[in-house]
Design a protein. Structure first.
Length: 341
């Protein structure tokens, strides 16, 4: 792969410069690769109708080519040329969650290149809820694929700095709109079966979907979520259990690792940042799912640069199944903490 001179444009996320959006959109239309913020994570945009551009995207990310891409659209009506039908349930969900972090899977019309769909007869699509993303897609005037703008397997990027750390020299440009507000990927919901099925847990919970759909969606097993085998540069030990037992177990593990001369990083909530020694990175507040999601990937990237091993607190079920799943997928070991009788 030839080394590119990656351009960086900085914009105000709430009021982005129209000239930058226009230039970024036209670059995508011409087959170039441009990273930009969405409300979830930074996406790497390519013209979905340009096979060479999509092939270049796979190469830049090191992404397996059998992993389908999500179509990013400027408006719901832009979906119709690419799907066979939009069932009534989809219309309800689009009305409730678009623009937003819900990706829906439909039967396709075959008008998209096979490299986009992974050779399947289905397509996945969403309308992002971010002024920069929407402005760029509108300016491109084409459907845009935009998987996370990171090397495949790395934590998803929530800042432009994360994108550049992974992809500088591999892509044409980055539009820096600051940190992404949600910090966790969209939920992927398959509507091609009799019952809606969650293929990837994300920013929209199953209960939120059920409130609109009138039925609780099925959930794919953990092994089916192929695109989230998050690889950190150092081992991560995830400690689960009752809060005080977790604190005690992490302290014990810290003592053991420190005695071996290892630098230890600890991922915790803001309320417990003072409970631990070592390199402590607080991520979000207890019981506040959104605050945890907004900083999770950034915290993991920060810790892997200062530690030889990371000790991370697990999240209770009420804090969000999607976030706990991400931590489990990043972990090299999961430990259950038990209180002494």
């Amino acid at each position: 792969m030839s080394i590119l001179d990656t351009i960086v444009w900085r914009v105000d996320a709430s009021n982005p410069d129209p000239a930058v959006l226009a230039e970024a959109g036209q670059m995508i239309r011409r087959g170039r690769l441009v990273a930009f913020p969405t409300e979830t994570v930074y996406g790497l945009g390519a013209n979905a109708l340009d096979v060479e551009a999509v092939e270049a995207l796979f190469a830049a990310k090191g992404r397996p080519r059998d992993n389908p891409l999500i179509l990013h659209l400027a408006a719901a009506e832009d979906l119709f040329p690419y799907v066979r039908e939009v069932p009534p349930l989809a219309t309800k969900l689009m009305g409730a969650f678009w623009p937003g972090p819900l990706t829906l899977v439909f039967f396709g019309t075959g008008r998209l290149p096979a490299v986009v769909t992974g050779g399947l007869g289905t397509i996945a699509a969403r309308v992002p809820a971010h002024p920069v993303a929407l402005g760029i897609i509108r300016a491109a005037g084409v459907p845009v694929v935009a998987p996370s703008a990171n090397l495949s397997g790395r934590p998803s990027p929530t800042t432009a700095a994360h994108v550049l750390a992974d992809l500088r020299g591999r892509i044409d440009a980055v539009v820096d709109g600051g940190p992404t507000p949600l910090g966790i990927e969209s939920t992927v919901l398959d509507l091609t079966g009799k019952v809606p099925r969650v293929l990837r847990r994300g920013a929209v919970s199953s209960s939120e979907i059920a409130d609109v759909a009138g039925v609780m969606p099925e959930e794919a097993p953990e092994a089916a979520e192929k695109d989230f085998r998050c690889r950190l540069r150092v081992p991560l030990i995830l400690v689960e259990g009752e809060a005080q037992a977790v604190v005690e177990k992490i302290r014990s593990l810290y003592t053991a690792f420190a005695a071996e001369g290892k630098r230890v990083g600890i991922l915790t909530r803001e309320e417990r940042a003072g409970d631990y020694p070592g390199q402590v990175v607080p991520c979000g507040r207890e019981g506040d799912t959104r605050s945890v999601g907004a900083c999770l990937y950034a915290a993991l990237r920060q810790l892997e640069t200062v530690a030889d091993v990371i000790l991370a607190e697990g999240l209770p079920a009420e804090a969000g199944a999607a976030l706990q799943r991400r931590l489990r997928q990043a972990a090299s070991e999961v430990v259950r903490a038990e209180r002494e009788p």
